[in-house]
Design a protein. Structure first.
Length: 385
């Protein structure tokens, strides 16, 4: 039994095994269809909710499982082995539900958390803007208070997992008028694009993670009522970024899952495929690749689990989460690329999943903060800068 396995509780193993069964029974049979049709996998997400995999981190009193962050990472890794797009969709949904659980009023929790845990409602967080990135000082989306106690939201948002298809969008905007003691960046709960007049969504197509929906959201005087404010005025950026260490570690878990899938495919092929009278895996050049892939994968898993365990124990920190995120992202790219190399020309074919793994892996070094940003963060923490 490995060090990792020894450290897992029965509860952790239960969530991991539940997710592995879900991935095998539900996600794997649908993975290629999701890839080919590039449609939001709502039925798969609903099935995840039915199996208790969307509410792992949510309180039991609101339909969640009340477990810890290591359980979540173990589950999302297993799902990512079958489909990075489904895992990233669940990731975006989870980190829209958590702010409601952490900062919502009782009415907001009762309205949203149980349907989100069941997969009946999907969430999205909208922070990034075309000209501002995620900088809180440059956000231009505004929520203007109206005469009836509600707000009119206007502005543009870029990206945001599940944007446009979500049932609830957490929109980070500047409240107008802003109180004197605050810059007014706050979070507002906006409905789906189908339900809100003035909400337009233009989907962005990516080279990978097909089925994962994101794009440009435009709000033009979209009205929400007074109960749409999440948390306090001026706390928007803190709310949006409050789970950043968790989100980065979760992305690391997705990268680890994709890398595992590619590694297992490559090892099986190298052991079975004969070329020149011997198994492909008997060639020293292939063995070197396998050794490097194995080492990078193990390094990524240990860093992800270490960060997840620290977060679960209330001791998480940015240095750990940034290391987990960038090492796992790089491992996913390295392992998927070299899995194709081991397969040779066959690995480049679209009727095998390796090229999907490779394309899905690439985005992980970009979203949630690029690899370069993560390395700068880690170095700054190490150097005390």
């Amino acid at each position: 039994m490995t060090l990792i396995e020894n450290a897992l509780s029965e509860e952790h193993r239960e969530f991991r095994d539940r997710a592995a069964t879900f991935a095998e029974e539900v996600v794997e049979p649908e993975a290629e269809r999701i890839e080919n049709e590039d449609e939001f996998p709502r039925e798969v997400i609903e099935a995840a909710g039915e199996r208790g995999l969307l509410g792992i981190l949510l309180p039991e009193e609101y339909g969640g499982e009340g477990s810890d962050f290591l359980s979540y990472c173990l589950a999302v890794e297993e799902i990512a082995r079958a489909s990075g797009a489904v895992a990233e969709t669940i990731q975006g949904h989870t980190f829209a539900a958590l702010p409601i659980a952490n900062f919502g009023t009782e009415a907001q929790k009762e309205e949203w958390l149980e349907p989100m845990a069941r997969g009946e409602s999907v969430g999205a967080m909208l922070l990034t803007e075309p000209d501002a990135g995620s900088s809180p000082t440059e956000l231009s989306t505004v929520a203007q208070a109206d005469d009836d106690g509600g707000y009119l939201i206007s502005g543009e948002k870029s990206f945001g997992t599940n944007a446009g298809v979500a049932d609830v969008h957490l929109v980070v905007a500047r409240k107008r008028p802003a109180p004197e003691e605050s810059h007014g960046v706050s979070v507002f709960l906006a409905p789906s694009a189908d339900e809100a007049d003035g909400f337009e969504f233009d989907r962005t197509e990516f080279m990978g993670m097909r089925g994962h929906v994101t794009g440009d959201s435009t709000f033009e005087d979209v009205r929400v009522d007074e109960g749409a404010l999440l948390g306090e005025v001026g706390h928007g950026f803190r709310i949006a970024m409050g789970t950043i260490d968790m989100a980065r570690t979760g992305l690391g878990a997705i990268g680890t899952g994709i890398a595992r899938a590619a590694f297992e495919e490559a090892v099986d092929y190298a052991g079975d495929r004969e070329q020149g009278g011997q198994a492909v895996g008997e060639y020293q050049a292939v063995q070197v690749l396998v050794a490097d892939m194995d080492a990078q994968l193990d390094s990524a898993r240990h860093l992800v689990y270490d960060s997840a365990t620290a977060i679960a124990d209330g001791e998480g920190n940015t240095r750990k989460s940034s290391k987990a995120k960038y090492v796992a992202s790089e491992a996913a790219e390295f392992v998927t690329r070299n899995a194709i190399q081991i397969y040779g020309g066959k690995g480049y074919r679209t009727d095998l999943p390796l090229e999907r793994y490779y394309r899905d892996a690439k985005i992980l070094s970009i979203i949630g903060g690029t690899t370069e940003i993560q390395k700068t963060t880690v170095a700054g923490e190490a150097l005390g800068l």
